[in-house]
Design a protein around this ligand. Structure first.
Ligand SMILES: [Zn+2]
Length: 129
């Protein structure tokens, strides 16, 4: 199957584009130098009902992050996934309260409010977040 596999440079350029647009431009998003990008499929122990991960964001400490983006069938999905992972960075930077269920991170109310804003301003369908 044909897949869209952006290069690290292309992911960096997309990050910069999103970072320059509201709501990200109003948030204190780290400069691209503080974010590592990795294009790869993401494997993890699956739990019943989990959707496959299309991206993942890992805080590395010292105000640095690593963002994984899986290849997607459509470019649109790559950009939406990157925007989703950027909301996670925003959660860290703005110290939004995390929500967990049985010790696992979940996309709680703070994430959802920020995602609402991203979707409203940039036109991503809310369901893709
Ligand atoms: Zn997420």
């Amino acid at each position: 199957m044909r897949m869209v596999r952006p290069t690290v440079e292309q992911l960096r350029a997309n990050y910069e584009m999103l970072r320059s647009l509201p709501p990200f431009s109003r948030w204190e998003m780290p400069p691209v130098e503080r974010v590592e990008f990795v294009l790869k499929g993401i494997r993890r122990r699956r739990h019943k009902g989990d959707k496959p991960l299309r991206g993942q964001c890992v805080y590395l400490g010292r105000k640095r992050w690593r963002v994984y983006v899986a290849p997607h069938r459509e470019l649109y999905g790559v950009v939406a996934t990157l925007a989703h992972e950027m909301v996670h960075i925003h959660e860290d930077v703005a110290k939004l309260p995390w929500s967990t269920r049985r010790g696992r991170y979940i996309h709680g109310p703070s994430f959802q409010r920020a995602a609402d804003e991203v979707c409203r301003e940039l036109g991503f369908p809310r369901a893709c977040f």
